[in-house]
Write a protein that binds this ligand. Structure first.
Ligand SMILES: Nc1ncnc2c1ncn2[C@@H]1O[C@H](COP(=O)(O)OP(=O)(O)OP(=O)(O)O)[C@@H](O)[C@H]1O
Length: 615
């Protein structure tokens, strides 16, 4: 584990160990050892990256204060379980740094104070247990944590109303014995009285206490008409501000443009300068590049680099991009990908999209809209460039590569591999070692085990469901979901990249959201079989289907999974999900939220299994 993380974890434990308690020798948690290599008590790590993924320290009489800032330096933590100890203190804002947490169990301690605002940013949570503490303030708004399976907050001092929540996805829910008030939201008949009892001010089903009728609307008290007056004066004031703002803008527009906005930087404003940039760029790329920004050459002043919400590239200009050393990483069906070294440790991935008939304004609107929707497992664009001919979204370069590379190791672009007398053309741009067949499940020598595969698939499904939910009304699906567009971030956690960058093909009336489900199904097949999905000659989905029909299902699975001892029954379960997703008829495919729920429970089962077998 990283030295800084290790020291932070030691600090975290330092506050939980009373001075007079001797720990067993193998307890670990000291600076002279490593949490992963030396197997600190209660710690489980990711086998590939040696980073801490689980901390399970239930019922060992930990006493002291909870230091979320230190703990969440281990930002890739998935499971934290500290049930039934004697831990006090507040759950501070820094808990949000543990953004990948799926299980948070803090029951039976002395936690106090309110939960941080934005607690729902822990949007990967599946199980949350805060019961039997002294927590107060509002319950967290969990409506955005779409994969939540259980929520326990009983026996605390939470107050206020119960926030809106979709009870239909929850397996367990309990907020009894608090100080909650107001009307219980519709629990869809899923939970009984015991989940809500012990809150004298709560009313409505399933409690026997009916809620009072709301006061009739026409009876208006003096204070409410005063409020209404204040609201109307507020609107008036707001209107005045808007009018003044518009007038100011109009006057400003008449004057010659001298200033540039901080975020939106005009790429250039003179032909001479523009062609110099173009020359610079070509020099830096040498002969490797076919990356030339034609609108710059023709001196288009309207070309601009728009920096989105990324402090890392604040103030970045298009010229900076052009001048930086760049390297062609790969060419896909829909464009080319360049790695651009900006210096100062900042490396960008610039995608040059090919053949996309989208207008400039539509492209900008789309990029802006996608930027408003954030999920920790979706790679946000940092900036984009848009000119007459070019559409160039800019991302942070992910050094750990893609899921494609993790699964299939190193290949060379357009390498031909013979499979059952057919040729496969691979679309990834990596360098080949030696390949005579296409069974590369663990080609790169690393074990990419069953649990990690399930976890990656569940995170993708979760993130996809979130994005679909947020962007469905705008009609923006991913459009090109495949394993080379699933990147692994610095913590080796999956991030969907290039969301929404593909044109909807008008000639194929398939619902783009259902097309994403197909893409997800293909990723599942790749994870299960360890085989390459290609774009010519061989169809993995129909091959899997045919093998399954012949009832030698086990033949399809990745040999690496079989030799790891992964359960055939569980692999078959997942295979069934995959086959539903790749059903040739889009209507027969499950919805994204169904897929996310199924994937969650599969992952959940795996995690419960591994928590119960943790040291
Ligand atoms: N931000 C990034 N960081 C690191 N590698 C990336 C990044 N984005 C893409 N890549 C990798 O660069 C290579 C080329 O990507 P590119 O998106 O151009 O092609 P593709 O995904 O194979 O095909 P398509 O054109 O259909 O999207 C792929 O191996 C991809 O995984």
């Amino acid at each position: 584990e990283d030295e800084e993380v290790k020291q932070a974890l030691v600090r975290f434990m330092g506050k939980l160990t009373p001075a007079n308690v001797e720990r067993a020798l193998n307890f670990g948690w000291n600076v002279t050892s490593d949490p992963c290599r030396d197997k600190w008590q209660g710690v489980s790590c990711d086998s590939q990256l040696n980073s801490v993924r689980k901390i399970v320290l239930d019922r060992i009489n930990l006493t002291g204060d909870f230091d979320a800032a230190a703990l969440c330096m281990a930002s890739s933590l998935l499971v934290l379980s500290l049930n039934d100890n004697n831990i006090g203190g507040e759950i501070t804002q820094e808990i949000l740094n543990c953004q990948y947490l799926t299980h948070l169990y803090l029951s039976g301690n002395r936690f106090w104070g309110s939960l941080p605002d934005n607690f729902s940013r822990l949007c990967n949570l599946k199980r949350l247990d805060l019961s039997d503490n002294n927590l107060s303030g509002q319950l967290p708004d969990l409506s955005r944590v779409s994969g939540l399976l259980s929520f326990h907050a009983q026996d605390n001092q939470f107050s206020g109303e119960i926030p809106e929540i979709d009870f239909s996805n929850l397996l367990a829910f309990n907020v009894s014995n608090n100080n909650l008030n107001g009307v219980i939201p519709d629990v869809k008949g899923r939970f009984g009285e015991n989940s809500f009892s012990g809150n004298p001010e709560l009313c409505g089903k399933p409690l026997p206490k009916a809620c009072p009728m709301p006061p009739p609307a026409e009876k208006e008290s003096k204070s409410s008409s005063k409020n209404r007056f204040l609201i109307y004066s507020g609107y008036g004031l707001l209107g005045l501000v808007v009018v003044l703002f518009v007038a100011f803008k109009l006057i400003k527009k008449r004057r010659p443009k001298t200033e540039k906005s901080n975020n939106v930087v005009e790429a250039n404003n003179s032909t001479n300068k523009a062609s110099k940039n173009s020359r610079d760029f070509k020099t830096s790329m040498g002969n490797r590049s076919e990356y030339s920004i034609t609108s710059i050459e023709s001196g288009m002043v309207s070309s601009s680099l728009v920096v989105l919400s990324s402090p890392m590239v604040n103030g970045l200009k298009f010229e900076d991009l052009l001048r930086a050393p760049a390297e062609l990483v790969g060419k896909g069906k829909h464009g080319s990908l360049y790695k651009v070294e900006l210096g100062g440790g900042v490396t960008l991935a610039v995608k040059r999209i090919k053949d996309w008939e989208i207008g400039k304004e539509d492209f900008k609107k789309r990029m802006m809209r996608i930027d408003q929707v954030k999920h920790p497992n979706v790679l946000p664009a940092m900036a984009y460039y848009c000119s007459k001919q070019e559409r160039l979204p800019v991302y942070e370069f992910q050094q750990n590569g893609s899921l494609f590379r993790l699964l299939h190791g190193n290949f060379i672009l357009t390498r031909l591999i013979i499979v059952e007398s057919r040729f496969l053309v691979l679309a990834d741009g990596c360098i080949v070692s030696s390949a005579t067949d296409w069974d590369f499940g663990s080609q790169n020598g690393q074990v990419f085990g069953w649990e990690s595969r399930v976890s990656i698939a569940a995170s993708i499904a979760q993130a996809l469901a979130f994005m679909h939910d947020e962007l469905r009304s705008d009609g923006i699906a991913h459009g090109n979901l495949k394993s080379s567009n699933i990147l692994l971030n610095k913590d080796m956690l999956p991030c969907i990249s290039e969301y929404g960058l593909m044109a909807v093909d008008e000639s194929r009336p398939t619902d783009p959201f259902k097309a994403d489900i197909y893409g997800f199904g293909m990723i599942l097949l790749e994870l299960l079989t360890g085989k390459v999905v290609q774009n010519s000659g061989f169809n993995l989905a129909s091959w899997v289907n045919s093998v399954v029909r012949e009832e030698w299902t086990v033949e399809v699975f990745d040999k690496a999974l079989i030799s790891e001892g992964a359960s055939e029954e569980r692999m078959v379960n997942l295979l069934q999900v995959a086959l539903k997703c790749v059903n040739p008829s889009p209507e027969a495919r499950p919805s994204t939220s169904q897929v996310a729920t199924i994937m969650n429970s599969i992952k959940e089962e795996e995690e419960e299994r591994s928590i119960s077998s943790a040291p």
